[in-house]
Write a protein that binds this ligand. Structure first.
Ligand code: BGC
Length: 378
C-alpha cells in the first residue's frame, strides 16, 4: 500500500488520540491483571498495516485496549427504502444491479441491505420465507459480492416483534434459522445484522434474551460469520451499555447516529412535529463538534472495555436540510469516526437521505467526497 502524507498524518493523529484515551481509561482499571506481550499483541488497537502504533502502545502494559479482530474497516452505504418497504419497490427504490458497481467504483467497500423478511413469510409453525423473495435477496447478495463489496443482510422493520416480543419471538428465530441454513456456504463477506433498531416493548432484558437464543441458532450452521447486533432504543450509542453479548469473536456491536435529531430529521414525514425543525443548520461550532466527539468517545470506550468492535451502521442527514450543513456534518462525523477506527454505513443511497440520484444515475459529488475524503483506505 502506498501512503500519502495526509494519510500518514491521519494515522499518526489517530494513534495519539487512542493512546490518550487508553491512558484515560487506565485510570479506572487498576484492578486488571497485567497482560503478557502475546495477549497484548492480539489486542493491539491498530491492525498489521500500522506498525507505527506498536511502539506507542507498548508502554501501556496492563491496559484494556481496542480489540484487534479480523474485522475490516467499513465504509458503506445502506440501500434504504427498497427491500424493507412493505413490498419491494413500493417506496420508490428498486435496486438495479448496476448500483453495486457504482457503489464500489465510488469508493465504498460495503453495503447494508435492509429487508422486511417478516412481510414475506408463511404461517406458523414454519414461517417459511417465500421462495421468490429469497431468490431476490440471493441475487442482490451475489451481485454485491461479485462487485467486491461486503454485504450486510439486515432484518428491518419487524414492527410486530417490537410490539409483541413474546408472541413474535418464534418468527424471529425461524427467520434466522432459515437464513442461516440458506447462506451457510456464502463467503465470509456476507455479514448478518440481527435486527434493525429494537424499540418499544422489545426492551433490553427481552432483547438480550433473544440475542442469546438466536446466536446459537446461527452458529450451528455459520460458526464464524460476522454478526452485527445493535442495542435497544433505536440502537443509540447509550444503548450499547445495556447490550449483553455472548463470548464470540465474530460479533460486532452497532449503533446508529442521527444527532442532533432536529437537524438530521427536519421535515421527515414519519417524525411527528418535525416540520417545526425546518431550517435547522449545523455550522460546526465548537459546542456542536464536542457533542459528536463525546458521543463517539462513549462508543469507543464501550468497545475497548468490552473488547468488541463497534460500527456506526446508520447515520445521515435528510435531503431537506441545507446542503452546506449536510456536507459539514457528514464530513466531520466520518472524520471523527475514522480517527477512532469506527467504521460506518451511511443512510441512505437514493431515498430521503440519499447521496445518489437513482433516476439520473449520478452521485452528489460533494457529499460523496465529504463522506470518503479522510477515510482509511486499504
Ligand atoms: C429507518 C428508516 C429511516 C431511517 C432514518 C431507518 O432505520 O428504517 O425508515 O428513514 O432510519 O430515520
Amino acid at each position: 500500500m502506498v501512503e500519502n502524507g495526509q494519510n500518514k498524518l491521519m494515522r499518526a493523529s489517530k494513534c495519539i488520540y487512542v493512546f490518550f484515551l487508553t491512558m484515560l481509561l487506565s485510570a479506572c482499571n487498576h484492578g486488571i491483571p497485567p497482560q503478557t506481550d502475546l495477549e497484548m499483541d492480539k489486542q493491539r488497537p491498530f491492525t498489521k498495516e500500522d506498525p507505527a502504533s506498536i511502539s506507542l502502545m507498548k508502554p501501556t502494559t496492563p491496559l484494556p485496549q481496542k480489540p484487534l479482530r479480523d474485522f475490516p474497516y467499513l465504509r458503506g452505504i445502506n440501500i434504504g427504502n427498497a427491500l424493507e418497504a412493505p413490498e419491494p419497490g413500493s417506496w420508490g427504490v428498486t435496486i438495479r444491479e448496476e448500483y453495486f458497481d457504482e457503489i464500489n467504483k465510488a469508493g465504498f467497500n460495503s453495503v447494508r441491505l435492509p429487508v422486511r423478511f417478516s412481510a414475506h413469510i408463511g404461517s406458523a409453525p414454519k414461517y417459511k420465507i417465500e421462495a421468490d423473495f429469497l431468490k431476490l435477496i440471493d441475487n442482490n447478495i451475489q451481485v454485491a459480492l461479485s462487485n467486491n463489496l461486503i454485504i450486510i443482510l439486515d432484518v428491518h422493520h419487524f414492527t410486530e416483534l417490537m410490539e409483541n416480543p413474546e408472541k413474535e419471538k418464534e418468527k424471529f428465530l425461524s427467520i434466522w434459522r432459515q437464513l442461516s441454513e440458506h447462506y451457510q456456504y456464502a463467503p465470509p463477506q456476507l455479514f448478518f445484522d440481527l435486527l434493525n433498531e429494537p424499540e418499544k416493548s422489545l426492551d433490553s432484558k427481552r432483547w438480550n434474551e433473544m440475542v442469546s437464543e438466536v446466536i446459537p441458532i446461527i452458529r450451528m450452521t455459520n460458526p464464524t460469520r460476522k454478526i452485527i447486533v445493535g442495542g435497544v432504543d433505536y440502537s443509540t450509542i447509550n444503548s450499547l451499555e445495556l447490550l449483553q453479548l455472548p463470548a464470540d469473536d465474530n460479533l460486532i456491536a452497532a449503533f446508529h447516529f442521527y444527532s442532533p435529531f432536529e437537524f438530521t430529521h427536519q421535515g421527515a414525514d414519519w417524525v411527528q412535529g418535525s416540520d417545526l425543525w425546518q431550517n435547522t443548520t449545523w455550522t460546526g461550532t465548537t459546542a456542536e463538534k464536542e457533542i459528536i466527539q463525546k458521543d463517539l468517545d462513549l462508543a469507543l470506550s464501550w468497545s475497548i472495555q468490552n473488547n468488541i468492535p463497534v460500527v456506526m451502521s446508520e447515520f445521515g442527514v435528510i435531503k431537506k436540510a441545507d446542503n452546506l450543513s449536510r456536507l459539514r456534518w457528514i464530513q466531520y462525523l466520518t472524520q471523527e469516526a475514522s480517527r477512532r477506527d469506527i467504521g460506518w454505513v451511511y443512510w441512505d443511497f437514493c431515498a430521503e437521505f440519499g447521496i445518489y440520484n437513482c433516476e439520473s444515475q449520478t452521485w452528489d459529488r460533494e457529499l460523496l467526497s465529504a463522506l470518503l475524503s479522510n477515510q482509511q483506505l486499504e
